[in-house]
Design a binder for this molecule. Structure first.
Ligand code: C2O
Ligand code: CU
Ligand code: CU
Length: 417
């Protein structure tokens, strides 16, 4: 805590090396270490400051994915941090408890930096009563899982779109000793382009309690949950004493796959102890998620995703694509007119999904989202409210979070005025 009462974090982007236990020692990047970065954590209402120190040889930036904050703190391509420099954004946490994350966002080089290991979680807490009932003992029954497919070769992480081995929190072939009868898994797909469908090998039902921007209104029972790059989900998994079960990822049931090669992975082996402590019965009501009312939307916009373009254009740092007015609610129709998969991520706001291909969205999409999957030839309508922050001179981004698409220009800029 600094003199101004802010919680201060320090992140040093640096080069390193790690032996993942496969393919020998590999050159990597990480924050404050060799691979990935520390989990940052703050409460709603808290003021925070992060000192981002760039100890790399290239320019980078650090973006707070899912965070509601002023545009000049966003960490996108307009806030580059030069080698040797420090960037220190400060803002107030003002959104529900959620599993957010941070990662570099330098113009045209996001894939390289994320793929080399620059990413970490930013967990937000609040006083919702469900948070005290759900498993919340970090590292014991509340487990972060940063899932990435990787291509390792001759001491390097290859700059590939997909890889045929899986790292979880930077560990190859991990297991977890389970000591409680329920465990909360905070899953982040931090892959470059692969979309996963996570589920237990025995197809046991689990409870989905939260998505990108926080708790769902009520738990949703699922056997699989699909996450495209950048999306998060929190699952509560029940256990029997003494059992072993594997969390797997399966190929998502959609076309447009370029996730060639291996497409099924063991994510984590869960080894339940002979006696389990009882924790965290999932409440029937999790959080109040007020529905944004389409009747209050002042503006409708269309975004067409095709190739690596949005509405036929590629990202131009000097072009503002969209101007929105502070305090307004908008409906965005996002169409994937392509034969390949995309997703859509919006900075600054958490939005709600109004429809999927013209119909009611599934219950999994009933909460706050900042990133949504668009299978080939699909259409989503989302509703967004732009509150609190305006800056006519500094844009936020929206983009496909498949990082080679993003780097190839599948991104646009909006300002809030
Ligand atoms: Cu996670 Cu603009 O990104
Ligand atoms: Cu983001
Ligand atoms: Cu894309």
């Amino acid at each position: 805590i600094d003199a101004a009462g802010r919680r201060v974090f320090n992140l040093h982007a640096q080069r390193g090396s790690r032996d993942f236990g496969i393919e020998g020692t590999t050159r990597t990047m990480g924050f404050n270490g060799d691979y990935l970065g520390p989990t940052l954590r703050a409460r709603r209402g808290e003021r925070v400051r992060v000192n981002v120190v760039n100890n790399l040889r290239q320019e980078t930036s650090v973006h707070w994915h899912g965070m509601h904050l002023p545009a000049n703190c966003d960490g996108g391509p307009h806030q580059p941090v030069r080698p040797g420099a420090t960037w220190s954004p400060a803002w107030t946490i003002d959104q529900p408890a959620a599993t957010l994350w941070y990662h570099p966002h330098p113009h045209g080089h996001t894939r390289e930096h994320v793929n080399q290991g620059l990413a970490g979680l930013f967990i937000l807490d609040d006083d919702e009563s469900a948070q005290r009932v759900l498993p919340h003992d970090y590292g014991v029954d509340d487990i972060p899982l940063i899932v990435q497919d990787k291509a390792l070769h001759k001491g390097e992480i290859r700059d590939h779109d997909t890889g045929d081995l899986l790292l979880v929190n930077g560990t190859y072939g991990p297991y977890l000793d389970v000591r409680t009868d329920r465990v909360r898994l905070r899953l982040l797909n931090a892959s470059v382009s692969r979309t996963f469908a996570f589920g237990l090998a025995d197809e046991r039902p689990v409870q989905l309690v939260a998505t990108d921007g926080g708790l769902l209104p009520e738990p949703v029972t699922v056997t699989r949950i699909r996450l495209s790059p950048g999306e998060r989900a929190e699952l509560v998994v029940p256990f029997q004493a003494g059992e072993r079960v594997v969390l797997r990822s399966f190929p998502p049931a959609t076309s447009g796959s370029f996730d060639g090669g291996k497409d099924r992975f063991d994510v984590l082996e869960l080894r339940a102890a002979a006696r389990l402590r009882h924790v965290g019965t999932v409440p029937k009501v999790l959080a109040d998620v007020p529905r944004l009312d389409p009747a209050t939307a002042a503006v409708n916009r269309d975004f067409r995703l095709n190739g690596t373009n949005i509405n036929g254009d590629k990202m131009d740092l000097d072009r503002i694509d969209t101007v929105v007015e502070k305090g307004t609610t908008e409906i965005w129709t996002v169409r994937n007119t392509d034969g390949q998969r995309h997703n859509f991520h919006v900075h600054d706001v958490q939005f709600q999904v109004l429809s999927v291909d013209g119909g009611e969205p599934p219950a999994e999409l009933g909460g706050w989202k900042d990133t949504v999957f668009l299978p080939p030839k699909s259409e989503l309508r989302i509703i967004l409210r732009f509150a609190d922050y305006a800056d006519p001179d500094m844009p936020y981004m929206y983009h496909c979070h498949l990082l080679m698409h993003e780097d190839n220009g599948m991104m646009g800029q909006f300002v809030v005025v």
